[in-house]
Design a protein around this ligand. Structure first.
Ligand code: ADP
Ligand code: ADP
Length: 231
């Protein structure tokens, strides 16, 4: 469903070309659980932005569900992004003035869905992340792990096939991080495709497939150990 063919992203800094992505070929099938692992500056965020249709490559072809993304207009990109991808970020990006329920309802407001249906879908999404008892809490009344779960519910509420998460455990203690990984495992088991970006080997080791990136190139692509199948 995700296919990147010979992708380059080159930034010009003065006279110098910075190759943030330097010939990336990557195919991710429906319902995979992939970690993209690499140190700071290796090109992970650039790759996430391209996969998430937030940015376009300098050259190369990106095909998402049969659509050649490189050829789409900005409006078409926004359309495909909203339908196909749920984003989760390190900094949660919740709106402080809104309750958990209202934060999760936001993407549905943009889709023009009625208040009663929004309410029902947002409640269901918060149930899926185990936060039924925190619907009316505001972000500052929630722990970091709970805030990230609200953010995951917000990513899920429009029912996108792909969840794209950039360092989702980066601001969490190890226990909350493990809870977030457990939620991703459950979403994967329910049919979502999960693409998780991380610099943390221990987090990556919990994915089913690990793609290592260094200096804008994929240097390793392997299936995780058999421990997975015992889930
Ligand atoms: P990571 O997410 O793995 O830390 P990035 O994708 O953010 O890596 O960055 C990859 C490389 O591209 C780095 O060398 C970074 O300095 C460079 N880079 C990223 N974004 C820009 C930009 N907007 N302008 C110039 N260089 C950039
Ligand atoms: P953690 O130990 O996971 O960081 P906290 O100690 O921050 O969690 O919070 C423990 C519980 O108390 C959480 O379930 C959270 O929802 C609740 N809580 C924290 N701060 C507030 C607050 N200001 N108002 C209401 N509930 C809160």
């Amino acid at each position: 469903m995700i296919e990147l063919i010979d992708i380059y992203k080159i930034y010009k800094i003065g006279d110098t070309d910075v190759y943030a992505l330097n010939g990336v070929n990557l195919k991710i099938e429906k319902n995979e659980f992939v970690a993209i692992l690499g140190p700071s500056g290796s090109g992970k965020s650039t790759l996430m932005n391209i996969i998430g249709c937030l940015d376009t490559p300098t050259s190369g072809t990106y095909i998402l569900d049969g659509n050649e993304v490189s050829k789409l207009s900005d409006n078409q990109l926004a359309e495909i992004r909203n339908r196909k991808i749920g984003f989760v970020f390190q900094q949660f990006n919740l709106i402080a003035q809104l309750t958990a329920l209202e934060n999760v309802e936001l993407p549905l407001i943009y889709q023009g869905i009625s208040a009663s249906k929004r309410h029902r879908l947002a409640k269901e999404a918060l149930e899926r992340v185990g936060l039924s008892d925190r619907l009316n809490h505001r972000p500052r009344q929630l722990s970091g792990g709970q805030q990230q779960r609200v953010a995951i519910a917000r990513a899920l509420v429009t029912n996108p096939p792909i969840i794209l998460a950039d360092e989702p455990t980066g601001n969490l203690d190890s226990k909350s991080g493990a809870e977030i990984m457990q939620i991703f495992k459950e979403l994967h088991a329910q049919g979502n495709t999960i693409v998780l970006i991380t610099h943390d080997n221990n987090i990556a080791a919990q994915a089913k497939r690990i793609v290592r990136i260094s200096d804008g190139q994929i240097i390793e692509d392997r299936q995780a150990s058999a421990a997975w199948n015992k889930l």
